[in-house]
Design a protein around this ligand. Structure first.
Ligand code: CTP
Length: 399
């Protein structure tokens, strides 16, 4: 969620300032860019050198650059930020934030910021409980800031109660969840299948196809980036996922894919069958390697289960079912037949006649046909852009 985001971290003068070192590490590890603004008092609690080293950016704390004497442009810093986090936020800074008091660089930057602001209060028990502080926290929320409430525990004064800054790991998780909750597929479970299946003939041979799995992987990544809880059932492919939140189930055969999908489908809101599932499998799979003989060899094949057709028959209320059709002739007609027969919400048609489309390419050219017979043809695009088009269609159907 935070990968590539610009985070401005405001550190104020409280003992919890030492915890911001860990918070910066978490932000940096997630791929965010971090700039730190310290109030003069914060420097009493942790050194700018520690925070600038971790953030890999100079710490700013005054309106003029100490070395060059040049003006530090607070507006520029504020507009650079995708997120503004004030941690720890002392009672004093919280009060200033509610009143718009602008007596230091942090406050000037706060007043210029247009991005979401997260405030992590940290102070002693009685300061925290004081009606003025409580009113100020409510006012901060009213003004559109997000308050990550103080935690209970031992305080620097020796008192025990509410007031200590929330742990960096929890602040990080709060921000991630908050960003995720604003995404279009937040709260949805998406089940995606990808790749080919391998139907075993003997210990070393199988019947397979050329599916690379790229389309299904792009769909899974894109759905996760839109906030979905994604489960990817993947056939034998040489692909890795970037998004570690995606749950990946590796399978080999059509039968294993059928079992995995059936286990995952009941609570799925959206199912996208992008896998190229084998239609036939050997009646008998030999556990040893078959030896070469002079005579002809026949392998009897039996049909596999049509997973998508089974999902269509047992479709849950409000479940959205998407299939793929890879065709070589009478493409639209065949795709429409599959759409109806498998009870889909829409089908994604690939024609092998289109150059650059289908198995193993990084590009694809699709036509989407929905159950109202609405047909949309798309240009040849990268599979990542095609995934975006497919998910846009899903989002439009979710309303
Ligand atoms: N599919 C499936 N289970 C199978 C075969 C296919 O779930 N045993 C799914 C695919 O994942 C795809 C859709 O059904 O989303 C259509 O697959 P496709 O191979 O194009 O069509 P088939 O139904 O197998 O028909 P045919 O091979 O005759 O074109």
């Amino acid at each position: 969620m935070l990968n590539g985001k610009n985070i401005l971290l405001g550190v104020t003068g409280g003992i919890a300032a030492y915890k911001t070192a860990t918070l910066i590490r978490l932000f940096k590890k997630s791929g965010a860019h971090v700039k730190v603004i310290m109030t003069p008092e914060a420097k009493e609690f942790i050194t700018p050198l520690t925070l600038s080293t971790l953030a890999e950016n100079p710490v700013i704390s005054s309106f003029t650059d100490e070395e060059t004497g040049l003006w530090e442009n607070h507006v520029e810093h504020a507009l650079w930020a995708d997120l503004f986090v004030v941690a720890p936020a002392t009672a004093n800074t919280i009060a200033k934030m509610t009143q718009g008091i602008c007596d230091n660089f942090l406050m000037a930057t706060y007043l210029s910021a247009k991005c979401p602001v997260y405030v992590c209060p940290a102070m002693d028990l009685d300061m925290y409980k004081h009606p003025t502080t409580q009113e100020n926290l409510k006012q901060l929320v009213k003004n559109g800031n997000r308050v990550i409430d103080a935690a209970e525990g031992e305080l620097a004064s020796g008192l025990v109660g509410k007031g200590r800054m929330e742990e960096p790991e929890n602040i990080f998780a709060f921000i991630e969840n908050d960003l995720r909750s604003g995404l279009k597929l937040y709260g949805k479970k998406v089940l995606v299948t990808a790749g080919p299946t391998h139907e075993k003939i003997d210990a070393v041979r199988f019947i397979g196809n050329n599916s690379s799995g790229k389309m299904g992987f792009e769909l899974a990544e894109r759905a996760a980036a839109l906030g979905a809880d994604v489960c990817l059932v993947a056939g034998p492919v040489k692909l890795a996922l970037n998004d570690q939140s995606i749950r990946r189930i590796n399978i080999e055969s059509a039968n294993e894919m059928h079992q995995a999908v059936m286990q995952e489908q009941a609570d799925a809101d959206i199912i996208v069958m992008a896998a190229a599932v084998a239609d036939y499998t050997p009646e008998e799979a030999f556990s040893h390697k078959l030896k070469k003989k002079e005579a002809e060899l026949s392998i009897r094949l039996k049909p596999t289960q049509d997973i998508l057709a089974a999902l269509g028959r047992d479709k849950k209320n409000n479940q959205l079912l998407v299939g793929f059709a890879l065709e070589t002739d009478n493409e639209l007609e065949h795709a429409k037949e599959k759409l109806a027969k498998k009870n889909l919400d829409f089908i994604v048609l690939n024609s092998l006649k289109d150059v650059g489309a289908g198995f193993d390419y990084d590009t694809n050219k699709i036509t989407i046909i929905d159950r109202d017979n609405k047909t949309e043809e798309f240009e040849l695009k990268s599979k990542s852009e095609v995934a975006r088009d497919i998910l846009n269609k899903i989002i439009s159907l979710l309303g």
